[in-house]
Design a protein around this ligand. Structure first.
Ligand code: CA
Length: 279
């Protein structure tokens, strides 16, 4: 084993200086110096247990790293790369055996390796490579981070903001499974039609629903006059639905059509609208 030593002159101080005579040491008087705070180091072992994951992550865009300690290490150097083959660059150093990498891009895969070190040596080898994609909570914060790289409910990422200027605020884009950055066309945004339902001409309302957006609630409202009261219906109740298409137009998205409570023939005018709330 290779052995080295180091000390800091500011911390190490002679405890005593001992002198002897030629009686004991034939070569003549000799002096000895003892040092306090003296540490001997050997080359640290290789980290063999690196795990990159979203375990213990609390904020969107985080990846957590964990590994087991190795002998004689006093610090660990963490490196990251955009692909397994590199190039790797150091992103941090810690004296513990866990590390959080923050503010990463949603949907990307990041690759990590760790090398043990001490004040004299670094380990001969890096740990095995471990990879992960950043944490995204299954709620509007994770969705917001996916599109805006922030969880902040403010500015263009605010619930009521409409950065793609299509008339659909962000919170509704989330509940409907739409992109807040791509203006929706008349056929992909919520729209009404007149259909024959139960042998009667009836106003229907079609919209998509993000089935993962369980932290939101959709309500359809109807009225005969814009100045009057709106009646509410739950669009997820089968009695209110004309059709439900699962995984349409994409995985995890439903296309739902609901029917007005009154046939067209019974009213001069009917209006329907969609409301989203965070209960
Ligand atoms: Ca919008």
């Amino acid at each position: 084993m290779t052995t080295g030593c180091t000390y800091s002159t500011s911390k190490a101080k002679p405890l005593a200086v001992l002198k002897s005579t030629a009686t004991t040491f034939p070569s003549g008087p000799q002096a000895y110096v003892q040092y306090d705070n003296l540490t001997l180091y050997s080359v640290p072992s290789t980290v063999t247990t690196l795990t990159a994951s979203t375990a213990n992550a609390t904020h969107s865009g985080q990846i957590s790293l964990a590994w087991n300690p190795v002998a004689t290490a006093t610090a660990y150097l963490i490196e990251r790369a955009p692909s397994a083959g590199g190039p790797y660059s150091q992103i941090g150093e810690t004296s513990t055996t866990t590390f959080f990498d923050n503010e990463l891009l949603a949907g990307q895969t990041y690759f990590y390796r760790v090398k043990a070190s001490n004040p004299v040596y670094t380990a001969a080898s890096y740990s095995p490579i471990s990879s992960a994609s950043p944490y995204l909570p299954a709620n509007v914060n994770g969705w917001r981070y996916t599109y805006f790289s922030t969880e902040q409910n403010s500015g263009s990422s605010a619930d009521m903001a409409d950065p793609d200027d299509d008339g659909i605020p962000n919170l509704l884009e989330y509940a409907l499974g739409l992109s807040p950055l791509v203006s929706n066309t008349p056929t992909t945004r919520p729209h009404t039609q007149i259909q024959t339902v139960d042998n009667a001409s009836t106003l229907t309302f079609t919209f998509t629903r993000n089935t993962a957006a369980t932290d939101t609630q959709l309500t359809v409202e109807t009225t005969s006059t814009l100045s009057g009261m709106w009646s509410q219906m739950n669009p997820l109740l089968p009695d209110n639905q004309v059709s439900v298409e699962n995984n349409t137009p994409a995985s995890g998205i439903q296309t739902i059509t609901v029917k007005d409570t009154h046939p067209i023939s019974n009213a001069n005018q009917r209006y329907m609208r969609l409301r989203v709330t965070k209960p």
